[in-house]
Write a protein of this length. Structure first.
Length: 306
């Protein structure tokens, strides 16, 4: 098989189907002489005659009939497969796999999912929640989502959303009993709810004000790896919790939770979608990138609206 290519078989099938070298040459967009030479070379390599031809007719030999019967359907399958792959350029379809940390999924990606899939019904979307940084190419993902400080330098990055910020919250009952911290270090004297990531890391709480950054590691009365547990604990008055503002914005507005140290909680850039290369993007990924750009424009228009 190493001394054949698809053009040899395609030429043979064209002549076998039309029984005419001139018509087959027109289909193949080659000269009659070059087509005839390709068939002679093919027979020479096989060591068997495939066709009997005269100046007026072409007839398949037994070997030619056998080859046509076996190769003809296979070449049709190859043609259909290539047409299907080319069609992906026109109608985005297939599977799109994205790896993202849970907060980016909950607060940024989740609202996009239904509108995106409604626009592109032939795309199957898989979003895997993972906090640790991974090699998305090695793990079989089309793209990943991370915050700026964790992006690899060789990746293309697209902003997924506006700036975000952390907030420190507690129940009104806890604040009434234990008071309101005025400085991040005051948290060291309070009961706190902290999060441990899948990697085993329990990150310090970071604060910034007027260009001054402070990290504290408050005592953890509860360490939670599950978001739902942390939320329930803070509502139940267990202590202070550092979390994304998006998780508790409505609770703060309603008074169900109290935020403290707001002047120490500076905004930071939102998450980025990242992927290896702009060259020959998978159609489903290209569609998602275009969708994100349009979504972000709509967000900005909503933010500017009075």
């Amino acid at each position: 098989m190493s001394d054949f290519d698809l053009r040899d078989l395609d030429a043979f099938i064209a002549v076998a189907r039309t029984r005419n070298f001139r018509r087959a040459a027109l289909e193949q967009r080659v000269s009659v002489s070059s087509l005839s030479q390709r068939l002679r070379d093919m027979e020479e390599r096989l060591g068997v005659r495939l066709m009997n031809r005269t100046t007026r007719s072409v007839a398949l030999t037994e070997a030619g009939e056998l080859l046509l019967a076996r190769v003809g359907p296979a070449m049709c399958d190859v043609g259909d497969a290539l047409d299907q792959v080319r069609g992906l350029r026109d109608v985005p379809s297939g599977r799109l796999r994205i790896n993202a940390p849970p907060p980016a999924i909950d607060l940024v990606l989740a609202p996009m999912v239904a509108p995106f899939l409604q626009r592109y019904p032939q795309i199957d979307l898989e979003i895997v929640a993972e906090s640790s940084f991974i090699d998305i190419v090695d793990a079989g993902f089309d793209a990943g989502v991370r915050y700026g400080e964790h992006l690899a330098q060789d990746m293309i990055a697209v902003s997924l959303g506006p700036p975000q910020r952390y907030v420190v919250v507690a129940s009104p009952q806890y604040v009434a009993r234990h008071g309101r911290p005025k400085h991040p270090r005051d948290l060291l004297d309070h009961t706190c709810i902290r999060t441990r990531f899948g990697s085993g890391v329990m990150q310090d709480w970071e604060f910034e004000k007027a260009g001054r950054a402070i990290k504290v590691a408050p005592p953890a009365k509860l360490v939670a790896t599950y978001l739902g547990l942390a939320i329930k604990a803070v509502y139940d008055g267990l202590g202070f919790w550092l979390t994304f503002e998006g998780y508790v914005r409505e609770a703060i507005q309603s008074g169900a939770l109290v935020s403290v140290l707001d002047d120490w909680c500076a905004p930071f850039p939102g998450p980025f979608l990242y992927y290896p290369s702009r060259r020959q993007l998978p159609p489903a990924l290209g569609a998602f990138i275009a969708f994100v750009a349009e979504w972000r424009k709509q967000e900005r228009r909503r933010d500017r609206a009075p």
